[in-house]
Write a protein that binds this ligand. Sequence first.
Ligand code: FES
Length: 552
Amino acid sequence: MPATLTINGYRIVVSSAESLFAAAERAGVRVPTSCVTQGKCKECVVEVTRGRDLLSPPTESERHLDVRGGPFRLSCQARIVVEDGEVECQTMRRGRMRIERAALHLPATHQTTTLDPAVARDGERIVDRMNGETIDRSVGPVHGLAIDLGTTTIVVRLLDLETGGLVAETSFENPQRFGGSDVMSRIHYDTLHPGRLLMRTVAGYLSHAIAELPVDPRSIYDVVLVGNSTMRDLFFRQSVYSIGQNPYRSITEIEMAEGKRTTTSLTTTGRRSLLPIHPHARVYSLPIISGHVGADAAACLLAVNLAHEDRLVAVMDIGTNTELIVGNRHRILAASCPAGPAFEGGAIACGMPGLEGAIEDVTLDDDGTFRLGVIGGGKPEGICGSGLVDLLSELLRTARMNAMGRFSDEVDRITLDTEHGMYFLERDVNELAQAKGANVAGLQVVFSQYGIQFDDLSVFYLAGGFGRHLKRGASKRIGLIPNLADDKIVQVGNAALEGATIALVSLAKRQEIESLAKRIEHCRLETHPRFFDFFVDGCQFRPIESGVRVSE
Ligand code: FES
C-alpha cells in the first residue's frame, strides 16, 4: 500500500521522497512560503499529528523547531521516506478555528468615534499628524490596519481612513505556536533562539494576509497593533527576557522608569516592520499598562470608554493569563493572573481549543444522560473551555461533584460520550480548580486593594473569545465570576480589536490612552499578603459572593 498524507483533512497518495510541501500543493492546500521552499523563511511550518517517524530526519533549516519528538516540521524539508504508512499533519489553521472578531455591547466603537486619524490626507500629501512629516504623495486611497496580535490567534481589520469604513477583516492562528502555546514558553524560545524567528514568522504570515486584502498594500499608511506585552514586544523586536523574570516588566517599562522614554507605546515604520505596506507607514502599538497587562488591555479600556466612566466597572479577559482591570475615570487598578491553559482545554485529558468538533454545551439530564452541543454540529473530538465550565456547573447542580471538586460514588472518571471516547477525570477538575483559584485570587486582591466589594460594580465586562461564549449562570455557579445580577455582566467579545480600531481612526483617542495608561496602578498579586488564602478559597467550586470571603 503506498504512503498517504492527510493534510488539513485532504488525503493524497505521496510519491517516494516527496516533501510534505509538494504533496500539500498537489492536494490543493496552500502552505505559506516566502522563500520558494529554500528552508529560509520558516513559514511553511506544519504540525504532524500522526506518523512522525515516517519522515526524513530534521535538516539544519529546522533546528529552530527543536524537532526531536516535537510535532512541528518545516513542510519543505520533511519528506515521507517509507513505501507505505500514513502521515497526518495540518498547517496553522485559518477559518475553521472559532476566532472572536466581533465586539458587542461596547460603550465606544470605531463607528461612534469621531473620524480624526493620525495619518490623513492634506491635498496630495499623506501626512503623519504625529510629527507633521509627509509619508507619501498620492491621490489614491488612504488605508489603515488594526491588528490584534494574540498568543493564539491574530485578527486583522482593514479600514478606509478617509471614510472610517470597514473594508475587510481576516484572521488566522498565530504561527508562533512552534515556540510554545503560552507567553512564558515564547519568551523562553526567543531567548534561546537568536535571529528574531518568532517575529519574522508572524511578519511573514501577516504579509500573506495583507497581500490577500482587496487593496494595494502600499495604500496602507498606518497600523495600530495591540497584543499582550510579550506578543507586542516580540513584534517590535524588543528583548522580552525581562517580561519572563520577576518582577515581569517589559523593557519599555524599565526604560520609562529610568527616564529613557516617556511612554511604553512603540512606533516603527512599514519597512522595519517587514510588512508589505507603504515603507514609510507609521506602525504604532498602544502603551502597555504594566507587567503582563499589555497593549490589548489598554485597547479594551478605549472600547469600554474608561477615561470617561463615572461608574465603577471591571473588565476581565479570561485566558492563559487573565487580565483584570477595575475602576473608573478617577482611579484604575490592573492585575494579571497566571491561570494557565486549563480553561482553554490545555492540561485536560479530553480538552481542546474552541475549534470545530469541540463540545461547548453540556446538559445533564435527571437520568444521568449527557446532552452535548458540538461546535460545527459534527462528532465530538474534545471539550473546550465553555464546555468545561458547563460540565462543572452541571456536575455541581446534580451533586455528582462537591464544591471541593470530588466526584460522588468514589469514581475518578465520568464518561460523557462512550461512542466517541469523551470523558472527564477528577484530575482534570484539579487543573480547572487551580486555574479558577488564580482568577478568583486576582479578583479578590484587586477588589480588596481598591477597597470595594463586587456589589459596588455597575458593570462587569467579560472580554475576549472565552468570555464571549461563557454561560453566565454556569460561570457564577462554579465561582469563575462574581455572583452578580445578569444585567451587570456584559460579554463584549474582542474588545481589544475594537479598541485598536478606535485608536486607528482617532488621534485624540490615541492620546487619551497614552495619558490614561500612565495613571493605572498595577496590583502585583504575588506580593499581596492574602494572595495564597484567596487562591485556596478560589479553588473551591461555589459562587463568589460580595465581600471578602476567606476563612480567617
Ligand atoms: S518554504 Fe520557506 S522555509 Fe519552507
